[in-house]
Write a new protein. Structure first.
Length: 114
């Protein structure tokens, strides 16, 4: 299974970005999907998660600013990020989980300038 993430870049404080991650998983619609991030000097943390039934969960630090969604037909999970802050600067990774088997994307860098 391969996960290909895209959409990172440099943005000013208050700006927006949309990350996308396309999967090659044959059973994409029956997997849980998530976005994690790892900032400089920090451990990797989960930012958002979407279940098979499209129930969503968010880290407190991004609630109200980030939205996770998925398109099963396109085998793609998205992360819409609004009102970005310098502390959102990190490498963002997509994650896929089915029956305990986990897969990671290669990461995409998001830099928020102050």
């Amino acid at each position: 299974v391969q996960l290909q993430a895209s959409g990172g870049g440099l943005v000013q404080t208050g700006g927006s970005l949309r990350l996308a991650c396309t999967s090659s998983h044959a059973f994409f619609s029956s997997t849980a999907l998530a976005w994690y991030r790892q900032g400089p000097g920090y451990q990797r943390e989960r930012v958002a998660r979407i279940t098979i039934s499209r129930r969503t969960e968010y880290a407190d630090s991004v609630k109200g600013r980030f939205t996770i969604s998925k398109d099963n037909a396109a085998k793609t999970v998205y992360l819409d990020m609004n009102d970005l802050r310098p502390e959102d600067t990190a490498v963002y990774y997509c994650h896929q989980d089915r029956a305990g088997r986990e897969y990671w994307g290669q990461g995409t860098l998001v830099t928020v300038s102050s």
